[in-house]
Design a protein around this ligand. Structure first.
Ligand code: FES
Length: 168
């Protein structure tokens, strides 16, 4: 008999784990990034299709691939739904707590799943502007708290499991 106690996932987490939205690889994305550790399998890849207007960039489409747990799949699915139609500036301001809240909450041991999803988003937005002449005023030079949290989670995963990180 199994001694494992099931985690108290909300119905929303279970629903999105079973039927994730925006799951799959995007061909030729305008921006993409990974967060997590391939060493332990907790990895999210995020892809963005971005429409460029007059000084604003809008996320037309967002997709993800996840090699993480149910919470990771649900958080990435929720995040991609939340950011579609947002400008990059608006998407930059999405916090992992909002994603967790939209899922009806996450068990404390699963908060890093949402942190990694938002970490991948911020990394993708930075990657988008990396090779552009114009960096927007709202994009800070320094890593934000959310990005530092994602890095800390990656380092923790790395220490627990060892191996190499892929932060493309
Ligand atoms: Fe690591 Fe969910 S992504 S346990």
């Amino acid at each position: 008999m199994s001694t494992r106690v099931p985690l108290p996932y909300t119905p929303k987490v279970l629903e999105l784990f079973r039927n994730p939205k925006n799951l799959g690889k995007m061909e030729n994305p305008d921006a993409a990034a990974q967060a997590g550790s391939p060493a332990c399998g907790d990895v999210i890849s995020l892809y963005l299709r971005i429409a460029r207007g007059d000084r604003v960039e809008v996320i037309e489409d967002a997709k993800f691939e996840s090699y993480g747990c149910a919470a990771n799949v649900a958080a990435a699915s929720m995040l991609t739904e939340m950011i579609k139609g947002k400008t990059l500036r608006e998407a930059w301001e999405v916090e992992w707590q909002e994603v967790a809240e939209a899922l009806g909450g996450l068990p404390p041991v699963k908060r890093h799943c949402s942190i990694l999803a938002v970490g991948a988003l911020r990394r993708a937005i930075r990657a988008y502007y990396e090779h552009r002449d114009r960096k927007p005023d709202w994009l800070p030079e320094e890593l934000t708290m959310a990005e530092k949290q994602a890095l800390e989670e990656e380092e923790l995963i790395e220490r627990m499991y060892g191996g190499r990180l892929g932060r493309g």
